[in-house]
Write a protein that binds this ligand. Structure first.
Ligand SMILES: [Zn+2]
Length: 278
């Protein structure tokens, strides 16, 4: 499909989403794929690097870093000034933070995540893998029905998107948006690069499809299953106003992630943080 045709279609799709949601802005998603995914193994997740071994269940937790409104860090990171650069923090506004959930939708863990978020009335951003969205359209609809945004996270979650030729980058983003649109009725307006692998070419294709690049600022590396204690400790000690927290509901066993958020989310709320969407 030519880009001109795609743009025309996107305009119609976005309008239909806005109508369906009564004018509320919608959509953002994430995607994955790294060989091991096909083999049923662990998806490397979206941390910028590393691997950790599992720990036993947590016992004692640190206190939450207190919100200090008005002291948010810059929204975009250094070193990626062209095309605007990816977003690492929310705009500095009160005590708002964001939760992002990557590499789904997943039949086992996405429902757990949705139930947990509903319990605490939290709206998150699900960064979906396009082919997983295509395989589980009902889960995509459940995420939207929960008031969450969906971001594009590529169609197959390449290990390093920056190593792909421009045409392949474009195809990864385009196919994912198409799959998410088909399942949800709306086009993603956010894009998260797998592993935070950004380049001028990735940012350019992201912008060409009408999406903003979204990164993160708090990463417990939950995908590596480092232990519930480690995930909880990282979230509670590193979260500051404006923080964008990275978690995963797909790509492997996410029992630790669900257990850790069950502990961390109410503590963040009790400390005075409020969840917003990028
Ligand atoms: Zn990912």
């Amino acid at each position: 499909m030519s880009r001109g045709v795609f743009k025309a279609r996107r305009t119609v799709s976005r309008r239909s989403v806005l109508l369906a949601l009564g004018g509320a802005s919608l959509l953002a998603a994430c995607g994955p794929d790294k060989g091991a995914w096909h083999a049923g193994g662990e998806l490397p997740g979206d941390s910028h690097s590393g691997e950790v071994s599992a720990d036993p269940m947590p016992s004692v937790f640190p206190s939450v870093a207190p919100p200090t409104p008005g002291q948010c860090p810059p929204i975009t990171g250094a070193g990626t000034p062209r095309h605007g650069g990816p977003q690492y923090y929310l705009p500095c506004k009160g005590t708002q933070i964001a939760l992002t959930v990557d590499d789904g939708p997943d039949p086992q863990y996405t429902p757990h995540m949705l139930a947990l978020l509903a319990k605490y009335d939290i709206r998150a951003t699900f960064c979906m893998i396009g082919r997983s969205a295509a395989a589980h359209p009902d889960l995509v609809k459940q995420v939207v029905a929960g008031g969450h945004h969906i971001a594009n996270h590529t169609y197959t979650h390449p290990l390093n998107l920056t190593k792909q030729p421009a045409a392949q980058i474009r195809a990864e983003l385009h196919r994912a948006s198409e799959a998410i649109s088909n399942a949800s009725g709306g086009q993603p307006t956010l894009f998260r690069a797998p592993g935070g692998a950004w380049s001028d070419a990735v940012l350019s294709e992201c912008g060409a499809l009408g999406m903003r690049p979204l990164d993160w600022s708090v990463d417990p590396r939950d995908w590596s299953r480092p232990g519930v204690q480690h995930i909880v400790d990282t979230i509670l000690t590193r979260t500051r106003p404006g923080a964008i927290i990275l978690e995963h509901d797909g790509g492997g066993n996410r029992d630790q992630t669900v257990s850790a958020l069950t502990i961390a989310l109410p503590r963040l709320l009790d400390a005075g943080y409020a969840f917003a969407q990028p």
